[in-house]
Design a protein around this ligand. Structure first.
Ligand code: FDA
Length: 315
């Protein structure tokens, strides 16, 4: 696992940006079958079916229309259209308050466009926030690589003026994140705390798992102690248990924070927590642009890579 962390993980994660590997993988049917474990499907109706399943099992949902790093304004507009259509579909569900959410990536909405990227991403997010509010659906902005954080948090701060329930993600592996947690714990925000899934230099991120885990616990404590709504996005039993204990320590009501996990990962644990009366949300990605997301899931766990390679060889 040390070899995996130091050598293979950075290679795999960087491969997420490689167009050639991406195109090849998207043509491989066998890859798609492995992908099915982590992605609800390619179409909106696949996403809606997955929502119905999750709600039926007592889980809340957050839906991600896959895509990132757009350098084309038309593509960014197509992403907005996909979210508007999805929101329309989601508004048909009878769900408990707060159970429906969409997650979005600013780089899919234009943040990296060479001209006016920030402005376009902000306008596109504003459009989605308006439609989501009308549909009774929450919105959370995902965290991407460290170079995008300042601009993202700035956009979120601005839009929260109009939509205070707009949430965002903080990544515990970044050295800056404790400070960000201080800011967002005080202002009553919805913050999804995760460990972090991108390949980052040691200058900005903790390089070792043990350091990342310690940072996660420090960040979690800040959020749990604060007045916001912490969203504990982790499959790690240590983090899950720590969250439960901190909630008791800080006298939090059961529905003043929640657990979150990814579609297809530890589904039994998601169900166990929900049955025990905890708020649990599952992050459900769908769409054709699954490559970057899929590669990050492979990089998180050596066994996933073995599973993928075996499927390639035997398929
Ligand atoms: P850790 O990696 O230590 O895993 C703990 C255990 O969980 C493993 O031992 C295994 O059992 C299981 N597990 C974890 N990953 C698995 C996998 N891929 N396949 C199979 N089993 C696995 N990151 C980011 O940079 N920006 C973001 O916006 C988000 N958003 C986000 C939303 C939600 C709801 C979640 C749960 C996660 C994210 N992430 C993310 C990903 C996050 O940063 C992190 O990479 C993964 O959650 C894995 O870290 P864990 O905390 O689960 O612990």
């Amino acid at each position: 696992s040390a070899l995996f962390d130091s050598v293979l993980r950075p290679v795999i994660t960087r491969a997420a940006g490689s167009q050639r590997i991406k195109q090849t993988s998207q043509r491989l049917p066998v890859t798609e079958r492995v992908v099915d474990r982590f992605v609800a499907g390619e179409s909106e109706s696949d996403a809606l079916a997955a929502i119905a399943d999750a709600l039926g099992s007592g889980l809340s949902v957050t839906i991600d229309h896959l895509g990132e790093d757009t350098t084309d304004e038309t593509q960014a507009s197509a992403t907005v259209a996909a979210y508007l259509s999805l929101l329309q579909g989601m508004s048909q569900f009878e769900a408990p308050p707060g159970a429906l959410e969409v997650s979005l990536k600013l780089t899919a909405l234009g943040q990296c466009l060479p001209r006016h990227g920030r402005k376009i991403a902000e306008e596109n997010t504003h459009t989605i926030c308006g439609a989501a509010a009308a549909a009774g659906v929450l919105v959370t902005v995902d965290a991407e690589d460290h170079g995008t954080v300042d601009e993202r948090l700035d956009i979120v701060r601005t839009l929260r003026g109009e939509y205070p329930e707009l949430g965002t993600v903080l990544q515990a592996y970044l050295r800056r994140t404790e400070d960000d947690c201080q800011e967002f714990a005080a202002s009553g925000a919805r913050i999804r705390l995760c460990k972090g899934a991108y390949s980052e230099p040691a200058s900005v991120a903790y390089p070792e798992r043990s350091l990342i885990d310690e940072a996660y616990l420090r960040c979690l404590r800040i959020l749990m102690k604060g007045t916001g709504y912490p969203m504990v996005a982790s499959h790690d039993p240590t983090m899950i248990e720590a969250a439960e204990l901190m909630a008791i320590e800080f006298g939090r009501e059961p529905h003043s924070w929640e657990h979150q996990m990814l579609y297809g990962i530890r589904a039994d644990e998601q169900q166990r927590l929900a049955t025990a009366g905890h708020a649990v949300r599952v992050y459900i990605p769908y769409g054709q642009e699954w490559y970057g997301y899929f590669v990050r899931r492979l990089a998180e766990k050596p066994a996933n890579l073995g599973f993928f390679l075996r499927a390639l060889v035997s398929g």
